[in-house]
Design a protein around this ligand. Sequence first.
Ligand SMILES: *Cc1c(COP(=O)(O)O)cnc(C)c1O
Length: 426
Amino acid sequence: MDYRSIFEDAVDALRTEKRYRVFADLERVAGQFPKAIYRDHADNERDITIWCSNDYLGMGQHPKVVSAMQETAGKLGVGSGGTRNISGTSRPLVELERSLADLHRKEAGLVFTSGFVSNEAGISTIARLLPDCVIFSDQLNHASMIQGVRQSGMQKSIFRHNDVAHLRELLAQVDRKRPKLICFESIYSMDGDIAPIKEICDLAEEFGALTYIDEVHAVGMYGARGGGIAEREGLMDRIDVIEGTLAKGFGTMGGYITANKAIIDAVRSYAAEFIFTTSLPPALCAAARASIEHLKGNGHERMMHQRQARLTKAILADAGLPVMDTETHIVPLMVGDARQCKAASDMLLEKHNIYIQPINYPTVPKGTERLRITPTPLHTDEMVFELRHALVSVWTSLELPREPADAKITASKLTSGDLTLPTVGG
Ligand SMILES: *Cc1c(COP(=O)(O)O)cnc(C)c1O
């Protein structure tokens, strides 16, 4: 049996479809984000600007966060030493979970090794503990939520993306006495759109369902204390389980759920993904908590983030680039073809020292391949103009489409008032 060729053929199939993935070898430079050193396949070095990081606020290099990690490692060492149950529950981890519960105004929090694991474990464990449960899941939910739904083995019902009428129809078809769990995200990060959270909570109330929201792309970035879209809209208390990551807006690593004590105690006690794995190291917990606490008390990063996102959208749309209309900090540029998307990304890196990873299937549907741009508070206005120059040049060279009709933001939608720099604080 030629085992090797089976794997090679599998990978060749991806090459044929133009979705073989090449990872960029990057060295982020603390204090200089979004600048980084890029090394090509021959280890040649170049300084580049990253425009696709999920370290949305640059907290991964924030001095308070870096020193929390350094100091805690110095005092407590590096590993956690065990699973949560067997010697791995460190003081910084306990404090982190309290800080997260407080962030979302919930009774308790539970930390996992990643956001992916928190969704898989959270959804599957909660659903399994509800006898004969039906899970209602948004069609565009993240792979980790889909994994949780599958893993639960419970009946599932997929509603059309953000379609409340469809969700109502599906809820109405299920016996009122059966337990129900509605799973959705606040911000869908590929299109940058926001869920109708209030309407979903209303339906949950009407049909007696539990609600589970993934706020991964919103925590740290929205709401007065960084509690996410649900905080901004005053809806945190209407959602039963709020899930988030420590790896994006908070700039570190790990995932979590927050909920009432009964739910948290049950997941803690039943989720294999939580029980049978080593806990996060104390230094990482301390860094994450420093980031969360900083963002609770300080709106500066959030404000600058929104400003730079609005500026980037307006500048790129004004240059005739196909910016998808979004209400959030995410700036998708539609290309619509895997090969061209990769070519655009390669050219940006080779000619302009700008790194934007192409987003391809299965992350987005085929035919909607795109460049997904994530401005941060640390991208200067000058960098935004450099980006425009580079993109216009690439779009012209490759003759890429400029106007996907229904997905164009017009610069006129943005008043100049949107772009003035508000005063620091809040
Ligand atoms: C990134 C992401 C996750 C996973 O979070 P990690 O901490 O990176 O594992 C979960 N949900 C959504 C919507 C995401 O985009």
